[in-house]
Design a protein around this ligand. Sequence first.
Ligand SMILES: Cc1cc2nc3c(=O)[nH]c(=O)nc-3n(C[C@H](O)[C@H](O)[C@H](O)COP(=O)(O)OP(=O)(O)OC[C@H]3O[C@@H](n4cnc5c(N)ncnc54)[C@H](O)[C@@H]3O)c2cc1C
Length: 437
Amino acid sequence: MSRIHVIGAGLAGLSAAIAATGAGRPVTLYESTAAGGGRCRSYFDTELGIRLDNGNHLLLSGNKSAFAYIAAIGARDLMTGPRNPVFPFVDLKTGREWTLRPNRGRFPWWLLFAGRRVPKASMREHLDIRQLGREWDDTVMTETMRHSSLYWLLLEPLSVAALNTRPHEALACLFGAVLRETLLKGGKACLPRLPKEGLSEALVDPAIATLRNRGADIRFNRRITGLTIENARVTALETTDEPVPVEPADSVILAVPPWVAGELVPGLTVPNAFESILNVHFKTVVKADPDIREAGFLGLVNGTAEWIFLKPDHLSVTVSAANQLIDRSAEDLANIVWRNVAKALGLEGARETEMPPYRVIKERRATIVANVVQEERRPGARTAFDNLTLAGDWTDTRLPGTIEGAVRSGVTAVRMILSPPKDGERRRKKKLSPNDN
Ligand SMILES: Cc1cc2nc3c(=O)[nH]c(=O)nc-3n(C[C@H](O)[C@H](O)[C@H](O)COP(=O)(O)OP(=O)(O)OC[C@H]3O[C@@H](n4cnc5c(N)ncnc54)[C@H](O)[C@@H]3O)c2cc1C
């Protein structure tokens, strides 16, 4: 049977390989590094002597594609999270603490209770979230939001986390898409979910094991350096060794980052602006308040640190859209972040002043910038070449660069191979761009 060659073993490539083998197709998976996971991975930090994730990755129960993938790789039990939707926050400027507690059902009765919603924000303002992103090029932050506590205490932190882009340029339609699949569907769709152990243990290793069980040929340390294209088809994959022939009925899914895809595929326009994410891991354990323990994390506003995650043997802190900070020294960054952590968690005395051992991980190209210019540069799955399909969180998924988008793009690429759309059925983008197909 015709083979599907998947290039890149990040979540998009793994999802494609799982979908393809699930449909009974033989798969070869090529990954340039020694392990899968790409931007979503764990490793053993020899200096701290603990296992770390490159960065905290939060899923919400409404991330349907991600959870279908997790079910397909048999990893449901490897994820954890609270029974009910719970989002504790602290404002570092005012010291105010609050916990957002949506009810589980679709009808949002939780908004009737001031103690469950954002402080100083009315029920009406909460309901207005549904209007976000009416025009496709609206940004998350608008003039009218400048004085709204709902904006500063909820929309700003959530949109920066979900879009990894500052709200004055972040596209509201992408944020709206995330909210419509989660918070706006009711509390059952916004249960926070995190890996029990690590990202690789929950999202990568079980996928590799499933693929091996299904007979997939997995080649680590195998960088694809070029595509041989003849008569609008990929006929071979170039590597540093022998080229790998692509038989006439075979297909190729390219699930590499955009800058690699741009080099490999002639004439392809790809996103070319990126935002960083900074993670600081502190080797210490803190006994936090019950709401924080219930959630497993705490959201911070008016600080540099944005989210603190409680891990069994460390605290892990995330700062998104961090391009402006990323060139500062690791020590500086750890100091700034630790001061925020100590204040947020109410640490006093030596615990406040003595920073625990730390590791700073700078992901410089964590995701594409979620703005209008980059949105127009996101290509669909289909390419100008008959047997070549694209996947990755940066393709036109109608979602920001997230696990949900990456996984969905892998499934879309496989669907396109198994049942290619007829010309008339091709999807249109919101605006015409050079990549429209
Ligand atoms: C610090 C951080 C925090 C994040 N937090 C969240 C979060 O909380 N929630 C969320 O949903 N998302 C989050 N994300 C985004 C999420 O990690 C990505 O959307 C997702 O992992 C992208 O997967 P991908 O497969 O599209 O790309 P990648 O992970 O980049 O995978 C591409 C793969 O291709 C391989 N490759 C590259 N070139 C070649 C080549 N020439 N030949 C063969 N292989 C090649 C790479 O090594 C890599 O394994 C976060 C990202 C970062 C960096």
